[in-house]
Design a protein around this ligand. Structure first.
Ligand code: FCB
Length: 454
């Protein structure tokens, strides 16, 4: 990797978080129950029975967290609105205390010179909506458009960048297909309507936000190169099928207004009309990226790391394989910087003129170092970020129009089914005392950003 760490003028630097993973205060301010509260309460679903009930207590400590962001030197903060804080029942004009919390957060950010970049939905569905069918029901797209209107009416005057939905692929696969995330449904391929309804909700939210004065709107979609396990025709074909399912099923409708071959018939509703809404032009497209996947033809020896240890059902024409020969994060995710540049170049080649500017809405790693004499010397996170940023820079050199990089995550937080076991933060959080300690990687990224501003 030859590219350096200097980025084009105006390149945006940020960090990302999400509501359920950091806020805590789940029973305060009129917040209603979410699917993640319910899922966490079910024995055996989350490691050690942990929950987001307290998390980082960001709901009360947001001012301290914004001060950490300002010291880091970022210009953009990607967070998510908690839908059950705004609309406890999933409908209605908006809960005053919930809206007030985000007012305080947004005003504090603006006062610190940081642009808020909120995500409308990062997986925490109001439980009453889930009880009414959740993302399997078309009605949720209507609810989501209303919710977007409530947010635009309140915040469009101060929010310069909006993100609709986080990783629709993961909610579909982990939440409704395999049951490893809330709402814990194991529907396998019957979960496909969840993909369609999220995409439609995304398109409807873009329109509702714009109607309410919102500008600069994108999505945060996760993407990764799918590498065939070998050159054999069977493995290459299997990898192509898997690639469609995890990448293009979610990006093609948004960017091209069509599903990969064979999927349209599996989707509910007036799909042709819906695709027009889904492909409402975006101001930018957000990519979350972590690791590539290796896939081969089914042999019965699937590696389940790609699906959080959950086996895929028998009878599928492909299987994820272990990706050998790379170092791994403490979560077991392969560290492959070159794959980052590769997926960005693939987007440029696949979508050409249809591709708006890209933002990296998430990238980072679980490195579980803890303080030793008050210092968290997370050199492996520094090495990871250095490699991934150079790979990103090389893609920009190759003509991919990437406008910003939002690292995951500001601070250690609730990592879904893994509870508090995986530390993705630039800032260490002691989950007993809630004390924050910036790690070596925080200081390193501070210097990278500062040099880019010289
Ligand atoms: C992404 C999620 C984010 C976080 C990171 C590690 O899939 O969007 O909430 O869990 O992974």
């Amino acid at each position: 990797m030859t590219a350096d760490l200097s980025f084009p003028p105006g390149f945006r630097w940020g960090v990302s978080t999400s509501a359920y993973q950091i806020e805590g205060a789940v029973a305060e301010g009129g917040r209603g129950p979410s699917t993640w509260d319910t899922f966490c309460a079910e024995p055996g679903k989350v490691l050690n029975g942990e929950t987001g009930a307290v998390a980082c207590d960001h709901y009360h400590r947001y001012a301290e967290d914004v001060a950490l962001m300002r010291e880091l030197g970022i210009d953009t903060y990607r967070f998510s609105f908690s839908w059950p804080r705004i609309q406890p029942d999933g409908t209605g004009p908006g809960n005053a205390a919930g809206l007030d919390f985000y007012d305080r957060l947004i005003d504090t950010l603006l006062g610190a010179g940081i642009s808020p970049a909120p995500t409308l939905y990062h997986w925490d569905t109001p439980q009453p909506l889930e009880d009414a069918g959740g993302w399997l029901s078309r009605d949720i797209t209507e609810r989501f458009a209303d919710y977007a209107s409530v947010l635009a009416a309140r915040f469009a005057d101060r929010v310069p960048m909006w993100i609709t939905i986080n990783e629709p692929m993961v909610l579909t696969l982990m939440g409704y297909s395999l049951g490893a995330h809330a709402p814990g449904k194991e529907l396998m391929f019957d979960a496909l309507p969840v993909a369609h309804h999220q995409l439609l909700a995304h398109g409807r939210a873009v329109q509702a936000l714009r109607a309410g004065g919102g500008v600069n709107i994108g999505i945060a979609s996760n993407h990764a190169p799918t590498w065939a396990a070998s050159d054999s025709a069977e493995d290459v074909e299997a990898a192509g099928l898997y690639d469609n399912l995890i990448n293009w099923l979610f990006a093609d409708p948004v960017l091209l207004g069509k599903y990969p071959a064979g999927y349209e018939a599996a989707m509910p509703g007036p799909v042709e009309d819906d695709l027009k809404v889904i492909s409402t032009p975006l101001d930018w497209f957000g990519i979350n990226h972590y690791s590539p996947v290796s896939v081969g033809a089914a042999t019965g020896q699937a590696d389940t790391a790609a699906t959080d240890g959950i086996p895929l059902p028998p009878g599928l024409p492909f299987e994820p394989r272990a990706l050998e020969g790379y170092e791994r994060t403490d979560f077991g995710w392969p560290i492959v910087p070159a794959a980052f540049g590769e997926i960005l170049r693939t987007f440029k080649d696949r979508y050409g003129d249809r591709l708006p500017p890209i933002y990296i809405t998430e990238n980072g790693c679980a490195i579980n170092d803890v303080p030793v004499d008050g210092v968290v010397d997370d050199q492996r996170r520094i090495a990871y970020l250095d490699g991934y940023l150079r790979s990103l820079r090389s893609a920009i050199d190759d003509g991919v129009d990437v406008r910003g990089y939002f690292q995951w995550s500001l601070m250690d937080n609730f990592e879904w089914a893994a509870g508090y076991s995986q530390r993705f933060g630039l800032v260490h959080v002691d989950f007993e005392t809630l004390e924050r300690t910036p790690k070596a990687s925080y200081h390193w990224l501070h210097d990278v950003i500062a040099k880019n501003r010289e």
